[in-house]
Design a protein around this ligand. Structure first.
Ligand SMILES: [Zn+2]
Length: 483
């Protein structure tokens, strides 16, 4: 039986078009999914959209649209982004779907009755965050994420008794039974838990929810708090509602359940989500990878500043492979990084056009010019690199993984410069040496292509096509220099 592997991205609100930050998350999760598939693991990769958020309701009101019409239109853009970036997700969960509603309600009903209780509540609520804040968490009376004044909300809601799980959550995370990467985020979560966990509200009134969202089972006056329903997507997307085969295969009979998220929603994934699953008596996720944010000029991207980077425009101009490469290699996997077009173009010319592209042209050109017959046994490719890459991928350090592959590109470049096959070609007695040198180079390039597959799948396929052809030809340049 092949090992199983399950990976998810977070599901973003669909109140606006997707931005570059979500493109980063998709590309990171995709590289991991493809990496595990390449190792012949039975892999399932889920992404989706959070359509039940109150933010979507507000966006629809502003546009004068029905909420359903707005989420249908905007979710289509998120689906389009997965295609534009060549993301290999196996499914896309929509939280307006019947299977999600049924699954979220099943999870609610499965929670231990002693963990859920109803109480009157008054609090400061940020709709942007879909979260209550305490007075001391605010900055100048405003939400620290949105710099807006939270609303005072008073109503009777259901609460989840998070305090029942404090000890178990602490142990779960301290022991790495639920591993949080990077370590700094693990420590943040631990100190948050050790400060004492407060129960959190898991529903809101039907009225405040504007009749949008998943109804609480058995209580038509209440709609589930959007985070309760959104988190459940990780199992509802696997047909948890019907105990379907994908749920059994990838959640129950699988030890590798990985969530990829941005740092803004870590508490929900590191604390609330495992507590909900414990209460329902279900298996817990195993790994949480937390990526950083993409900034512009050191600051946040925002619509009002007009500096939002549109991932579709980038793909249109440079192609999916270049965008994938830039996001994985030059955006730090966990530290906030600046995005700028100048550095993207520099990376393109230096790493892709002059580095990899040039190496492929150089070697295929030498083979074609000298009419050398190359036969590479693709089953005997150099494999010593796989272990090193394994370790880097387990730590989600995509930048280092690509650096490692690019070191192989430089090594091979140096090998060719030293051997000077073009000089051998002029001396009849060195024909055999010439063939050996170029055969070795072709085998190394195929090994590089194999390592590249999870990151740049189309480029890897092009390289394989060139070097496994019956007659190797130089062909077109993989990455023409930008002028
Ligand atoms: Zn907020």
């Amino acid at each position: 039986m092949p090992k199983k592997f399950y990976i998810t991205t977070a599901i973003p609100y669909v109140n606006a078009s997707p931005h570059i930050g979500f493109a980063l998350e998709l590309v990171q999760a995709d590289a991991v999914a493809r990496y595990h598939r390449q190792k012949n693991e039975d892999t399932f990769f889920l992404t989706g959209a959070d359509e039940n958020s109150l933010k979507n309701v507000q966006a629809a009101e502003i546009e004068g649209l029905a909420v359903r019409a707005l989420v249908d239109r905007n979710t289509a853009k998120f689906v389009a982004l997965t295609k534009a970036l060549n993301i290999s997700n196996d499914d896309f969960i929509r939280t307006v779907s019947e299977k999600h509603f049924a699954g979220a309600q099943k999870l609610w009903a499965a929670c231990r009755p002693e963990d859920l209780y109803k109480k009157k509540y008054k609090g400061l609520y940020c709709v942007g965050c879909e979260q209550f804040y305490t007075q001391k968490e605010l900055v100048d009376g405003k939400c620290p994420e949105h710099q807006t004044k939270p609303e005072v909300v008073e109503e009777e809601n259901y609460f989840f008794k998070l305090s029942n799980y404090q000890k178990r959550l602490e142990k779960l995370i301290a022991s790495d039974e639920y591993r949080i990467v990077p370590e700094t985020k693990k420590n943040e979560v631990l100190s948050f838990i050790r400060m004492g966990l407060e129960d959190f509200s898991i529903s809101r009134s039907q009225q405040r929810a504007k009749n949008w969202g998943v109804p609480v089972p058995g209580d038509p006056t209440q709609v589930m708090y959007v985070w309760f329903d959104a988190l459940s997507n990780y199992i509802t997307g696997l047909d948890y509602a019907t105990d379907g085969k994908v749920y059994k295969d990838y959640w129950l009979k699988n030890e590798n359940r990985v969530h990829v998220i941005g740092k803004g929603i870590i508490r929900f994934h590191a604390v609330y989500w495992p507590a909900m699953l414990m209460s329902a008596g279900l298996d817990l996720p195993k790994t949480l990878f937390v990526h950083g944010y993409i900034n512009i000029g050191g600051g946040k991207m925002s619509k009002s500043l007009g500096n939002v980077v549109d991932p579709f425009a980038l793909v249109e101009k440079y192609g999916a492979e270049v965008v994938r490469y830039y996001l994985l290699r030059h955006i730090h996997p966990v530290v906030d990084s600046d995005f700028d077009l100048k550095s993207l173009e520099q990376a393109y010319n230096a790493d892709l056009a002059n580095g990899l592209g040039n190496l492929v042209s150089r070697v295929s050109g030498l083979i074609e010019q000298n009419n050398v017959k190359i036969k590479v046994d693709s089953k005997k490719l150099p494999v010593q690199s796989a272990k090193d890459l394994d370790q880097l991928m387990a730590q989600f350090v995509f930048d280092q993984a690509l650096k490692f592959i690019w070191a192989k590109v430089s090594e091979l470049d140096s090998y060719i410069s030293e051997k000077k096959p073009w000089a051998m070609a002029k001396i009849e007695s060195q024909k055999k040496e010439l063939t050996e040198c170029l055969t070795k180079a072709a085998a190394e390039i195929l090994a590089i292509a194999s390592l590249l597959k999870p990151f740049l799948p189309q480029t890897a396929a092009k390289i394989e096509k060139i070097f496994t052809a019956p007659k190797i030809k130089k062909g077109e340049s993989l990455f023409p220099r930008l002028t």
